[in-house]
Design a binder for this molecule. Structure first.
Ligand code: NI
Length: 137
């Protein structure tokens, strides 16, 4: 039986959508308000979903305490109250769109979660705009 366990998390972060190789005018044209050179913030909400078999010994798919700690260490501590463009190395040369952020988060967590589990991440940039990634090519 494959069961999915989910953990919600949260971080606040600032960003600016832009390509360094484009002019401010082009960035403004493509990215609109999100390209404000002075940055702006979002309350990001995260749902991390781990799918696997129930361990007959523990009754768990995965220890949720470990998942909570992993999200804290890998995502919340490095991202919370940060300027993503300027303070988070993954985005020095990567436009911090919700799409790119969810892939970065997925890769960081994937490296730390047992390969026998499937991983999916949902990232809300606003209550109405959210993206999902499960490693699909
Ligand atoms: Ni934005």
């Amino acid at each position: 039986m494959r069961v999915t366990v989910n953990r919600k998390a949260h971080f606040n972060a600032a960003h600016r959508l832009c390509r360094k190789d484009w002019s401010d005018e082009t960035n403004a044209e493509i990215f609109g308000k999100c390209s404000n050179p002075k940055f702006h913030g979002h309350n990001y909400e995260l749902i991390v979903s781990v799918t696997g078999n129930i361990d007959p010994k523990t009754g768990f798919v995965m220890d949720m305490k470990l998942l909570k700690e992993l999200i804290q260490t890998e995502i919340e501590e490095p991202f919370d109250h940060k300027n993503l463009n300027e303070e988070v190395p993954e985005f020095y040369d990567l436009n911090p769109t919700a799409e790119n952020i969810v892939v970065v988060i997925w890769n960081k967590l994937r490296a730390k979660i047992d390969k026998k589990h499937d991983l999916a991440v949902t990232l809300y940039e606003t209550p109405r705009n959210f993206v999902t990634f499960n490693g699909a090519k």
